[in-house]
Write a protein that binds this ligand. Sequence first.
Ligand SMILES: *Cc1c(COP(=O)(O)O)cnc(C)c1O
Length: 383
Amino acid sequence: MKSAHICQFIRDIYKTDQFIPLHAPTFSGNEKRYVADTIDSTFVSSVGKYVDEFETEMEQYTGAVKAVAVVNGTAALHTALYMAGVERGDLVFTQALTFVATCNVIYHLGAEPIFIDVSKTSLSLCPDALEKYLNQYACLTDKGCVHKQTGQRIRAVMPMHTFGHPAEMDELLVICHQWQLIMVEDAAESLGSVYKDKHTGTMGEYGAISFNGNKIITTGGGGVVLCASQQSGKRVKHITTTAKVPHAYEFYHDEPGFNHRMPNLNAALGCAQMEVIDDLLASKRLLASQYSEFFAGSDIQFVEEPCYAKSNYWLNAVICESLESRNTLLNETNDSGVMTRPVWTLMHHLPMFKNALRGDLSYSEWLSQRLVNIPSSALILDK
Ligand SMILES: *Cc1c(COP(=O)(O)O)cnc(C)c1O
């Protein structure tokens, strides 16, 4: 299919001759009103009602037992892995096909990633590939799951729900149970995506969601840690707010905490965005169905949600026939002001992770030569 034809189709959808970004936020509701309210009240920072409101919204919407709002998705992932007990010298399973933040947080805890291939069904962590790696290289000992070659403890499994498409969670959870691994979900991209009847981020011990400006809803910068129990939720709140013991005037901190708390200013934006999330999701599903129909039967394959899931279709993606046709598509669309992007450079090709342990990554490699993300902003008319 010719790039010009694709650009015209996208221009017709967005009804513009101007530059079309990959993913722009939409502010169609009470965003200005709530943000102005924090300024009028002077409560723009660590105190104010919107943080509590936003956390309650997140719990009600996702069904998580506890939600703790933090400054960004990376901080949410960092907190989640820290809470999972990942320590210096540990290993953590994740994907080579992910955004770098997933691996940076592993690194900054002094741990190391083991890269596992993604599945054809979900483009997320492949249960079969994970199981194969464990059978070959891991054993269970009295200190838990251990890597047979390095002797390091393998602590956690962190699937990332790529572009919003939920990973094969039942299979992954069975493996975690068998191998005494803790499940931490990188649900940064997948707010609103549902696996069977559960929201992504609520099936592991912890889940992390991002509200960066390019995600499905935004708080400017922001994230949330979803917790599976009240007890862990309490501790996440405590360590993300400097571990201060409540007191009328004393400063007493009972463990090394983080200052990861989301400011009230950002939470206000988030509360307004949550009021329109259903409209955003509906708009994105409509857009995905239009793309699906448009590319059907062509030499470009549109990436559909897995059959067991309802995806938020955060970023729409297509798979080209070859590296050459991918490069042609990238060059021609970007040259004509329609933004498209290749998938992230695979993590084991980045200098800091080039020596990381890994399984067979052939599908990740195959995809990385062919995958292109196409414009995915929701289309919501201003009220
Ligand atoms: C966006 C994203 C993050 C990080 O979120 P920030 O809010 O930008 O820190 C982490 N992991 C994945 C997969 C992401 O897409």
